[in-house]
Design a protein around this ligand. Structure first.
Ligand SMILES: CC(C)(COP(=O)(O)OP(=O)(O)OC[C@H]1O[C@@H](n2cnc3c(N)ncnc32)[C@H](O)[C@@H]1OP(=O)(O)O)[C@@H](O)C(=O)NCCC(=O)NCCS
Length: 142
């Protein structure tokens, strides 16, 4: 599979909306949230002919925060999310990366640990359903 990595823009808004519904059913971002995100922040995707994995990130002068990363259900466990993250580390080689993940999301936590994130702290009752968030950080390679 020959993969291409690309920055996504407003033209991808309808697709991102569809991906959100497929990947975060019941917790998907709305059209307005995605539109605002694309206006002020950044999005990236990876795939062969079509995007199969995407990430919504916030870039500041010092760090990158990953708000969302997801692989379309039919393309999971093929290494796509790992490759997308590796591309992001190359795109922003000097930046610290941060994210929050539900402590029950084992696939995501294993993914993040596999690419060099470490747990910083846990925040109890962080999510609306009362579940705990794990805050994770990855330092740039010196
Ligand atoms: C988490 C998610 C993005 C992983 O995407 P993916 O493309 O399937 O992940 P990869 O194939 O790149 O996996 C890389 C590593 O992550 C871990 N991993 C991924 N899926 C896993 C699973 N179902 N169970 C256990 N570990 C898993 C493994 O360590 C894997 O490495 P390995 O295959 O060598 O063991 C995907 O499951 C997803 O989209 N989930 C729904 C959305 C979500 O929860 N996003 C994260 C919070 S924003």
């Amino acid at each position: 599979m020959s993969l291409s990595f690309q920055r996504l823009g407003e033209v991808h808004l309808p697709e991102i909306l569809t991906w959100e519904k497929l990947c975060f059913a019941g917790e998907e971002w709305t059209h307005k949230m995605i539109q605002t995100h694309l206006e002020f922040h950044a999005a990236f995707g990876i795939g062969d002919q079509n995007i199969q994995c995407y990430a919504l990130v916030c870039e500041t002068p010092w760090e990158i925060e990953i708000f969302r990363i997801a692989t379309l259900p039919n393309f999971r466990k093929l290494g796509l999310a790992k490759q997308l993250l590796e591309h992001l580390f190359k795109e922003f080689p000097k930046k610290e990366f941060f994210l929050e993940v539900n402590e029950s999301n084992e696939p995501a936590i294993k993914l993040y640990l596999s690419v060099g994130f470490n747990e910083l702290e846990r925040r109890k009752k962080y999510y609306p359903d009362g579940s705990t968030a794990v805050l994770m950080k990855r330092n740039p390679i010196e």
